[in-house]
Write a protein that binds this ligand. Structure first.
Ligand SMILES: O=C(O)C1=C[C@@H](OP(=O)(O)O)[C@@H](O)[C@H](O)C1
Ligand SMILES: C=C(OP(=O)(O)O)C(=O)O
Length: 424
């Protein structure tokens, strides 16, 4: 799909989409905790659909009705020999340890950029937990044969928090008792808070977080009886960040459905918006943005790496030199995002330097509409679209359907806000 964006003035209100981080965790928890779960506000992104496919393959019954899903589960009991994680990094890293609770060999596959993303973690960690693993030199497909046994272990958290999320789910689901997961150099810490919050909401055995260096499952007797529960998927601060930035540069917009008390990492976009002098009012039920002259800002995105793309779009319109820390976190996303941002924004006349862990964006100059490519990275498609709203001339984005990974209605939403956007 090619999307075409013309300079636009935005006005109106919109609900943020469902968070794929919250939705995929809810799927894992509904499977692992057992019982009956009603999931309200379910996400419909490709990553969310993949998660539903995985939990069905692992034994859950999923029934859809308007505005909600019902998931019935008696724990992890695979009924397929293969599970497919689509293109979801969280999906494969969270579900692989859960797949490994089974005592027969199961193949785990993925597609698109996921086949080139690193999974070596499993080669080194799962055998320590009694799991046989075969990977394709640290990449997909994986074959695992459990059952995983929770043991005291130390893992490396520097590449991604997603592996820890998977280990914690699997330990909890397999009755871990008096066992500790130690983690070194953990990055993206708030995502682990979200994992623990979802486990808590599902009545799972939640480990004690000892300063993000150790997660201790205390001694426990029997597991809790499966119950009936309702979980509402949170609005998405990651997708919402694009709407907030669009409002800050191109119009008066009201965004609803974002919980300011969420543990989502990307809620930190509010700090960046405040530091650049955006016209922002944060109210109980909504956030209102209006365009104001913007100034360069300094932001550390080490623990919220998905904010780089919307913040680059914001920085392009901020007078002066913006510095964003955490570039090292971007190499293994859907694309090598630091380079992709540099090259695609470069086509729009936005100069970006990469200096070690720092991204330096020279803002406040004319931003030109241009022919750019998402490189099949959903956040690049959305960032260039937002930048195009205030650019001079037309922006065309090829491979724009990459948005389906996290926010399939993104272009519809900005159109509802008044963006001049065409896609076919
Ligand atoms: O747990 C999650 O929901 C996610 C964690 C982050 O990954 P890392 O932990 O690899 O930074 C983030 O980039 C990803 O989009 C979603
Ligand atoms: C990197 C992302 O997701 P994941 O790692 O789950 O594929 C993302 O959504 O930007």
């Amino acid at each position: 799909m090619i999307a075409t964006i013309e300079p636009s003035v935005l006005a109106g209100e919109i609900y943020a989409p469902a968070s794929k981080s919250s939705m995929q965790r809810a799927c894992a928890a509904a499977l692992a905790a057992g019982g009956v779960t009603i999931i309200r506000n379910p996400g419909e992104s490709n990553d969310d659909k993949a998660a539903l496919g995985v939990i069905s393959a692992l034994g859950a019954e999923v029934k859809k009705s308007a505005g909600s899903l019902e998931v019935q589960s008696s724990g992890v009991h695979a009924r397929e020999q293969a599970v497919h994680c689509g293109e979801s990094g969280l999906g494969i890293r969270m579900f692989t340890p859960l797949v490994a609770l089974n005592d027969r060999e199961i193949t785990i596959t993925g597609e698109g950029s996921l086949v080139t993303r690193p999974m070596d973690f499993f080669d080194s960690v799962l055998p320590q937990l009694g799991v046989e693993v075969h990977s394709n030199n640290g990449k997909l497909p994986l074959k695992v044969k459990g059952p995983l046994q929770p043991r005291n272990i130390t893992i490396d958290g520097s590449l991604s928090s997603q592996f820890l999320t998977g280990i914690l789910f699997a330990y909890s689901a397999s009755g871990a008792s008096d066992v500790e997961v130690q983690v070194t150099d953990l990055k993206s810490k708030p995502y682990v808070d979200l994992t623990l919050a979802v486990m808590q909401a599902f009545g799972m055995n939640v480990p004690e977080n000892r300063n993000y260096e150790s997660f201790y499952f205390k001694k426990q007797a029997a597991s809790v009886e499966p119950v009936k529960r309702t979980y509402t998927v949170e609005g998405d601060w990651s997708g919402g960040a694009f709407l907030l930035v669009a409002g800050a540069i191109a119009g008066n917009v009201t965004i609803k459905g974002l919980d300011v008390f969420s543990t989502q990492a990307d809620k930190a976009v509010l700090q960046a918006l405040m530091s650049c002098g955006a016209g922002i009012s944060i109210e109980a039920e909504q956030i209102i943005l209006r365009p104001m002259p913007l100034k360069a800002f300094h932001f550390n995105a080490t623990d919220c790496p998905d904010l780089f793309p919307p913040l680059v779009a914001l920085a392009a319109y901020c007078e002066g030199t913006t510095v964003i820390e955490g570039v090292g976190r971007l190499a293994h996303k859907e694309s090598d995002r630091a380079l992709t941002l540099q090259e695609e924004f470069g086509k729009m006349g936005v100069s970006i330097e990469l200096q070690g862990d720092l991204m330096i964006i020279h803002g406040g100059n004319q931003v030109n509409g241009a022919a750019v490519s998402s490189r099949h990275d959903h956040r690049i498609a959305m960032a260039t679209a937002v930048a195009g709203l205030k650019a001079t001339g037309t922006t065309t984005i090829s491979d724009a359907d990459a948005i389906n990974k996290s926010y399939p209605v993104f272009f519809d939403h900005i159109r509802q806000l008044g963006a001049k956007v065409k896609y076919a």
